[in-house]
Write a protein that binds this ligand. Structure first.
Ligand code: NAD
Length: 471
């Protein structure tokens, strides 16, 4: 496919192959964009930002509504593209395509509700005869830098609110999974988005990323990806507004009074969906020592039923990881944990980019499988004696994106909700659940700012204070 830059579809002399991670076949080629392409794109996006600002919220919402309808009509094509470029099983890609249409539709609805607030200035000393209110105005040009693991929905979570708020948008999709974002760009143009108001520049992050971060005409960067790249972007971005949706090693606490069947079922989904490549995957399974062997046996029986294979085949529950090198990394971390004393309960094998669903038992906080983000189909089980100990273990991490607890006890559940340092807290579910409309974001090294169309619109607009001095 071509990339969309400066109001037109363009090729470049250098190209990049897009690979199906299951069999390494080339499914398409894309341009390798450069820093110069960013400069060219931004000059046109400046015009686009003026056009977008002059449109009414109603007109912007109609474009998003139309785009959502088109996406639903083409959901099967989008799902197949996601599966081919990312390795996600088709059933999960279909859910992603439908959710993406919903995110765009929600963004259109929120565009109509974007508003400021009245500020009661008369409640302040010296505030008599003053009328105050705020106006929400677009930032101008917003850049969306996105990861590989949800190559459509996480782009929609940025593009939808950016358009709703009246901005022009520059998309920099992950270089392994650019096709979904390019197809989204095509669809938005078809839905009536002015060609000056969008660009999608493909290629590796380094040069393109630097050009985006250092261009003063780009006013806001919305990034989803790793902590390492996120911090580099923040260093380069200076005083630009940023939203950072970063990684995690999410804990799930299984108390001694938990519904073990439900907990094992939830962890067998949350540890392995999309081959464990979800930012809120269940990674550290903190289990009460009182139920140790019961829970491990139950979880093993469920995980052993997860069939691996070609992501396009209906029987497959776990497809390949996005790159063979990622599967090799997970293999290395698991092997290291075993050599440091962890017990391999099941899994631990690799075939190309497919890593077998793995359970490690008796892991320790200093092992990489607990300390860092695995981002692969493996969970690490460790044990606690009481709720205080469980919460201390849950918080023993630099991350804080999502966490879950299984318990029948309301007081324990609320203690967990208050004391665990995490952006999302699930009671009687694992760390892995998201409604697209809800506020979503992490604490600590998991990021700053919130997504969910209503909240992202606030981050992609500026609030101006207007004061009328009446006589
Ligand atoms: P990544 O950080 O490697 O890449 C993300 C994006 O940044 C890509 O588009 C990449 O090309 C670009 N990039 C790379 N170097 C850059 C640079 N120097 N400057 C600017 N851009 C650069 O992440 P990934 O491997 O694609 O995705 C996995 C990570 O994303 C995991 O850590 C995962 O937890 C995180 N993630 C977080 C959320 C969330 O909502 N919090 C959601 C999904 C994924």
């Amino acid at each position: 496919m071509k990339m969309f830059c400066a109001g037109q579809w363009q090729e470049t002399s250098k190209t990049i192959n897009v690979i199906n991670p299951f069999d390494q076949s080339v499914i398409d080629t894309i341009p390798q964009g450069s820093g110069d392409d960013v400069l060219k794109a931004v000059s046109v996006l400046e015009q686009g930002a003026r056009i977008m600002k002059s449109m009414t919220a109603y007109d912007r919402s109609l474009i998003l509504q139309k785009a959502s309808e088109l996406m639903l009509e083409r959901k099967d094509d989008f799902a197949r593209t996601i599966s081919l470029e990312e390795g996600k099983i088709l059933a999960e890609s279909q859910v992603e395509a439908i959710r993406s249409a919903e995110v765009i539709r929600l963004s259109g609805e929120e565009a109509r509700r974007m508003t400021g607030e009245m500020i009661p200035l008369e409640g302040n000393a010296g505030g008599q005869n003053k009328l105050g209110f705020t106006l929400r105005v677009p930032c101008g040009i917003v850049a969306a830098i996105t990861p590989f693991n949800f190559p459509l929905n996480l782009v929609c979570h940025k593009v939808g609110p950016a358009i709703a708020a009246g901005n022009a948008i520059l998309i920099k999709p992950a270089s392994d999974t650019p096709l979904s974002a390019l197809k989204l760009t095509e669809l938005l143009l078809e839905a009536g988005l002015p060609k000056e108001a969008i660009a999608c520049i493909t290629g590796p992050g380094g040069e393109i990323g630097r050009a985006i971060c250092t261009d003063s005409r780009i006013r806001k960067i919305s990034f989803t990806g790793s902590y390492e790249v996120g911090t580099q972007i923040c260093e380069m971005a200076g005083l630009k507004k940023v939203t950072m949706e970063l990684g995690s090693n999410s804990p799930v606490i299984i108390m001694d009074d938990a519904d073990l069947e439900k907990a094992a079922m939830a962890v067998s989904m949350a540890g392995y969906a999309n081959a464990g490549q979800v930012c809120i995957s269940a990674q550290r399974i903190l289990t009460s020592s009182a139920i140790k062997s019961d829970f491990v046996d139950l979880l093993k029986s469920k995980v052993d039923a997860l069939h691996t294979g070609n992501q396009l085949e209906e029987s497959t529950k776990i497809g390949p990881m996005v790159r063979e090198s990622d599967a090799t990394r997970v293999e290395q971390w698991v092997n290291n944990a075993v050599s440091q004393g962890a017990r391999l309960v099941t899994g631990g094998t690799r075939q190309g980019a497919i890593y077998a669903p793995t359970i490690l038992d008796n892991t320790k906080p200093e092992m990489q499988v607990e300390k860092d983000e695995i981002f692969g189909p493996a969970v690490a089980l460790s044990y606690f004696d009481d709720i205080e100990h469980a919460i201390q273990m849950a918080n023993n991490t630099t991350y804080g994106l999502s966490a879950g607890i299984f318990t029948q006890d309301l007081d324990r559940a609320m203690k967990f909700a208050r004391e665990v340092e995490s952006g999302n807290l699930h009671i009687n579910w694992s760390s892995q659940w998201r409604a697209d409309a809800m506020p979503y974001g992490g604490l600590k090294h998991s990021g700053t700012g919130k997504e969910g169309p209503k909240y992202a619109i606030q981050e992609m607009s500026e609030e101006k204070m207007v004061i009328m001095h009446l006589t």
